[in-house]
Design a protein around this ligand. Structure first.
Ligand code: PHE
Length: 344
């Protein structure tokens, strides 16, 4: 009898441990503890035994029952926990929530917004134009005759398989000045416009050069505009942007579409003019090209250069970003490393 109780106990326990569903567990319970269950039937036989053995067996039967019941409870709990973890139906509402990561603006966008605000305060409008461009707007209209050596300075990327209407290959615009002709053809002066956008050149990349970079180009057309208006505009814009301590320097240059032309430098904001790899140890960084719009360009756009004059300019915006945030390498701007981007 004793052995029979122990056998029922062992059998029940091994089945309980192996059960992996609640339903199965319930069935095992009925199989052992139900009205006709193995344990119940065995328990009933005690009453038919001689009186002297009953108490001992009664104690054993109680122990076996408790052990089996405890095993059921334990396994039921384990199974219900597993189910909760598995389908996510249960969760601890007292746990602190996970904060969703907030996105933020890229440093280029921050700088662009700031530049736009500064120019807007001077009465400029904002325009946008195509990055895939024809030779006409990128060169011809800007007084770059065919075979002119100045074209070499532009390191043009030709789209050989993408011809324009005349069968000439389209190009990736090498500068935002493609918009100069497009705008002047359409507007009635006076006008002031900036046109930020991406430009492309076949260029070896280094700390301060990229093959794909942002420019903010623009123009002002009016009566009696002179070179000093251009100088004044640059002083104002660059000091607003980099801070009043910044010095601005103009150096004579040559662009086919402006006459006279100038390159514009600011004191290097990375080293504050002391000299570093970003400014090639000179303390100055070239930040823009500019000049008075060439009469040939005005003429090509149908504007009478005897009445209207203007200046045009092109800022290297990617450089303005790296200078503003004192990054010593322009390539960081296209690096997707979040450790860089999270600093803004
Ligand atoms: N387009 C010139 C460049 O990309 C900049 C420039 C714009 C110069 C307008 C003069 C006038 O270098």
């Amino acid at each position: 009898m004793r052995e029979q109780f122990l056998q029922v106990k062992n059998e029940a326990l091994s089945l309980i441990i192996d059960a992996d569903e609640r339903k199965e567990l319930e069935e095992i319970k009925i199989q052992f503890l139900g009205k006709k269950g193995k344990f119940t039937v065995l328990l009933k036989t005690i009453s038919k035994l001689p009186l002297n053995v009953r108490p001992q067996l009664g104690v054993l039967a109680n122990e076996v029952k408790t052990t089996i019941e405890e095993a059921f409870a334990r396994r039921a709990l384990e199974l219900s926990r597993g189910a909760e973890e598995g389908d996510g139906a249960w969760f601890d509402v007292t746990l602190p929530g996970k904060k969703p990561k907030l996105g933020h603006l890229h440093p280029q966008t921050l700088v662009l917004d700031e530049i736009i605000d500064i120019f807007k305060s001077l009465g400029y409008q904002i325009a946008d134009g195509p990055e895939i461009e024809s030779d006409h707007y990128n060169f011809e209209m800007l007084n770059f005759p065919k075979d002119h050596p100045a074209r070499d300075t532009q390191q043009t990327l030709n789209l050989k398989n993408l011809p324009d209407k005349e069968g000439q290959p389209l190009i990736l615009r090498t500068h935002g000045s493609n918009m100069q002709g497009r705008i002047m053809e359409k507007v009635i002066p006076p006008c002031r416009v900036i046109y930020p956008g991406k430009v492309y050149r076949y260029e070896q990349t280094d700390a301060s050069h990229g093959f794909e970079f942002w420019q903010v180009e623009g123009l002002a057309l009016d009566k009696n505009i002179t070179l000093t208006d251009l100088f004044g505009t640059f002083e104002y814009v660059l000091k607003q942007f980099f801070g009043q301590h910044t010095q601005v320097r103009f150096a004579a240059h040559n662009f086919p579409f402006t006459e006279p032309s100038t390159e514009v430098y600011v004191t290097c904001a990375v080293c504050r003019g002391k000299g570093c790899s970003f400014c090639k140890k000179s303390g100055w960084v070239e930040i823009a090209g500019a000049g008075m719009i060439h009469p040939n360009v005005l003429k090509a756009a149908g504007i009478d250069s005897k009445i209207w004059q203007g200046f045009a300019f092109g800022f290297g915006m990617s450089r303005m970003v790296t200078l503003k945030y004192q990054m010593d390498d322009l390539r960081l701007l296209t690096n997707p490393d979040l450790r860089i981007l999270e600093q803004f």
